[in-house]
Design a protein around this ligand. Sequence first.
Ligand SMILES: Nc1ncnc2c1ncn2[C@@H]1O[C@H](COP(=O)(O)OP(=O)(O)OP(=O)(O)O)[C@@H](O)[C@H]1O
Ligand SMILES: [Mg+2]
Length: 401
Amino acid sequence: MAQKQPIPAQQEELMTLIQRQGTRLRSELQAHHMSMFPPDAQKTIRNFAPAEAAQLLGIAEGYLRQIVSEREQPAPTKGGRRSYSVEDIAELRKVLEQGARGARRYLPHRREQEKLQVISVMNFKGGSAKTTTSAHLAQWLALHGYRTLVIDLDPQASLSTLFGLQPELDVGANETLYGAIRYDDQRRSITQVVRETYMPGLHIVPGNIELQEFEFDTPRALINKAPGETMFFARIGEALSEAQGHYDVVIIDCPPQLGYLTLSALTAATAVLITIHPQKLDVMSMSQFLQMTGDLLATVAKAGAQTNYDWMKYLITRFEPGDGPQNQMVAFLRSILGESVLVHPMLKSTAISDAGLTNQTIFEVDRRQFTKSTYDRALESVNNVSAEIETLMKGAWGRAS
Ligand SMILES: Nc1ncnc2c1ncn2[C@@H]1O[C@H](COP(=O)(O)OP(=O)(O)OP(=O)(O)O)[C@@H](O)[C@H]1O
Ligand SMILES: [Mg+2]
């Protein structure tokens, strides 16, 4: 048997240094976060003007005024003008649904024969806007009345941070999706790791570094497979089946790696959204990603994994319409990938990147912080992309859009 070697002093010094720097960075980051989001700070969705609220509910502004004045005497105003909170919109949607006649529906919940939509957002290229896309899409869907669950599958947990959670402080052991997919007897139901958010109809399974354990555990589990144990690729799907009655759609924000977590998300998915920044290096890296994904999916298929997507689409992200090389790259992608590329790209906007700096989305940040045209262009882009995805979802349910 090999003798344990003492660690050379120089190496030990290096290890201590790395640990000390890690601790220092962590505490500084926490202090920074605390200064931006003191513990009693509440993240909220901004209020909506009547025209926007009416549009979200799918009714005319006059009709909105009418139902509100019937319910509220006198109608409450903010700064002289009625504005609608996200809770107001959720409440009004219920009222409209109760009074709905004929085929008109205001709550778009899926019916029994319509299967849960699981959209995995992925690409192993870092910074291709997976997290930004997941967060905006999830909030847009919840704002439009869908019961939405968003899952942070990235050990780096940027999505959780965007939702106001500090992955190391606010998310404890066994409180990420790892808790629901682990192999040992500490596995718990996904319903125990789901949290409410500050938005009606939107729940989150937060992430943190603990998710990385799944990458370490899986090779071991493959060697010592217990009888009847679910294989790694089916574990997220299995976990989701325990919560599926509560949701219409699940969005999974994948890590920028093609590991076991991502493969399991690919197997659980009913649809795949690949985000792509239209630059040569990014597209080259995506082509590698696609080849590797194809190979890996073929391997897991041999082991019994079933992947059957309703749709698989590419979303052009951080697109700058005035940039010549980007336009050429988009034209190239469209010529090769055809209709697999979503019609609408997500435009690059300072409204989105600035909101991101304070861990906010476009639906949270105060729009007065930007010039009207900057904000409106970003919002229009989010609306167009999300509506296109909603149409795909409805198509998968066999509904007319
Ligand atoms: N449409 C946009 N306009 C401007 N900035 C954007 C836009 N989309 C994303 N960004 C910015 O790009 C950066 C990377 O985005 P994001 O974190 O969503 O990428 P990611 O693919 O999730 O990264 P990772 O691979 O590290 O998980 C962020 O700073 C984000 O604010
Ligand atoms: Mg990310």
